[in-house]
Design a binder for this molecule. Structure first.
Ligand SMILES: [Zn+2]
Length: 322
């Protein structure tokens, strides 16, 4: 068997947003559909439990968490947090189960129970700053994952590659002065949230921002992967790789103007995995961020997951789960 483990939770369907909002429950259904299409017999599914405070505090101060909990425990209908972020009565369970997925997946990878995992979760996380929820995001899932991995004595450096079309301002904010985490992001510019210039490098040169012009298509994007992304990852020499996996750079996604085809998500995945596997020994976690065209999300995700599966096959090592 050459499996990849999916970590998900039905609670992700309980986070509601207004009609017409792009970050909707149908996205979660598209993710589950993608895994059904890939191969229902070969994909291991884990329905993770809730994260607790010791997980969340890895990315956010207690004061922020207290405020989030107090808001989310007392909602009737929908509550608007900023211009485009909403909470509903089921949001807290969705958030805690999403973080539960990333912490369980991370621990299973670093303990050798699985080689690679994908967290099919919502709400997404990469816009959530230390003390500010924004851009559909409330808890920064990939930072929690990175710092969970670093709690293992065999993991000294974690690299995050964010291929969502938007800059992960939240991830950058939280790991700005963390020498053990590298953040590499490709993102369209100008575009929300407006951060992500190349001169934003982090205190330890641990941030690499690579803006993309509107209209960037697959061939040019792969040159950027080869010439900029992979060398940056290799220079950091990570023990563990995290994809901040957004599929809104898809040509059919209405939120941006980068023009990747579904197959390009598979290509970028293969190249990055090949580039760092001698460092990470294949240990890879992928966490869903954006992706708002349902067909683009599903098709791009299928290509991304198949490349992760092929990488496991080329290792000759099964993705084992006890
Ligand atoms: Zn995005």
């Amino acid at each position: 068997m050459n499996n990849i483990a999916l970590y998900t939770s039905d609670y992700c369907l309980n986070h509601h947003v207004p009609d017409g909002h792009p970050e909707r429950t149908d996205r979660h259904k598209a993710v589950i559909s993608a895994f059904d299409i890939i191969d229902p017999d070969k994909v291991l599914r884990h329905y993770a439990g809730f994260a607790d405070g010791s997980d969340l505090i890895l990315a956010h101060p207690q004061s922020y968490l207290d405020q989030l909990f107090s808001i989310t425990t007392d909602i009737e209908g929908l509550m608007q947090i900023d211009g485009d972020s909403y909470l509903s009565s089921g949001s807290l369970n969705a958030i805690l189960s999403s973080v539960g997925c990333v912490t369980q997946a991370t621990r299973d990878i670093v303990e050798g129970k699985v080689k690679k995992a994908f967290c099919g979760i919502r709400p997404p996380g990469h816009h959530a700053e230390k003390e500010t929820a924004m851009g559909f995001c409330f808890i920064n899932n990939v930072v929690v994952a990175a710092r969970t991995a670093l709690q293992n004595k065999h993991i000294n450096k974690v690299a995050i590659f964010d291929f969502d079309v938007h800059h992960g301002n939240g991830t950058q904010d939280i790991i700005w002065d963390d020498p053990d985490i590298l953040y590499v992001s490709t993102h369209e510019m100008p575009l929300f949230p407006g951060t992500g210039m190349p001169n934003e490098k982090g205190r330890f040169d641990n941030i690499v921002n690579i803006p993309l012009l509107p209209g960037t298509a697959g061939a040019d994007y792969m040159l950027i992967i080869d010439d900029l992304v992979i060398p940056a990852l290799q220079a950091f020499n990570p023990d563990f790789l995290i994809f901040s996996a957004g599929f809104d750079a898809h040509i059919n996604d209405a939120l941006a103007n980068v023009e990747l085809e579904s197959e390009d998500f598979g290509l970028l995945t293969s190249r990055v995995l090949e580039g760092v596997k001698h460092m990470t020994k294949g240990k890879t976690l992928s966490v869903l961020e954006g992706g708002y065209n349902l067909a683009g999300l599903e098709e791009g995700l299928i290509c991304h997951i198949k490349s992760m599966q092929n990488d496991i096959i080329s290792d000759g090592i099964d993705n084992l789960v006890e």
